[in-house]
Design a protein. Sequence first.
Length: 253
Amino acid sequence: MLELYHAHHSTCSQKVRLCLAEKGLEFESQLVNLAMKEQLAPDYLEINPNGVVPTLVDDGHVVIDSSVICEYLDEVYTDISLTPSDPHERAHMRHWMRYIEEVPTAAVRFPSFNMAFLPRFDGLDEAQFLEQQADVRPLRKAFFRRMGPNGFSDTDIKESFDQITKTAARMDEALQNGPWLLGDMYSLADVIVAPLIDRMADLGFAELWEKDYPRVAGWYARIQVRPAWKIAFYRGARLTEFLEIRPWSKHRH
Ligand SMILES: N[C@@H](CCC(=O)N[C@@H](CS)C(=O)NCC(=O)O)C(=O)O
């Protein structure tokens, strides 16, 4: 039995939910409330010492890290494959996956926190924030310290948008060769970048690619009509739906 510890709106959870849905796999949902810091509870840290979601448990075997989980699922449940069989193509997919983890995955956190999560820290002064929010996080201490209770600087936000724009430029170039990042094959690379593009669109920043990189807009439209999309992004899973708010503003800061 597959069990997934996840949060509705978390992009890393969405990556795994989309992978599961594409592969037609069902799972038992274990919701982790990030605002209540359930990801830092001792019993959760025992299965995921990084104190983040998602975590997959497959018949008692724990697998952590969203990309690793997706690769694991694709190796173990082979009926529908999202990985090329050719080693060169597979390396190409993995190069995309590493890039996606390093660049856009990190970049979307900055506007996400500034625009949606800061109210979690209302009323905390600097010292309380460090003690209760930053220093308790095994993986994100430095990120939280840099953010502070009042959010990231305009420079950080600009840098984040620049990273997303560069990602869109790379995607646009790759999409000259077919509907998906690897050409004709829909792969894990498409799966793991999709929630990041969706997050930026959800926050109101699709303008980062819509005009200059129309192939990305086409790819985003194509991926959203795949049947798996509605399963992974059920009502209430997008950040704005989760927080019951609308995209804030169109300007870039
Ligand atoms: N590399 C990890 C990162 C997971 C991660 O950052 N998860 C976020 C949600 S998208 C989280 O749990 N944040 C909790 C926190 O910041 O305390 C993965 O891909 O699974």
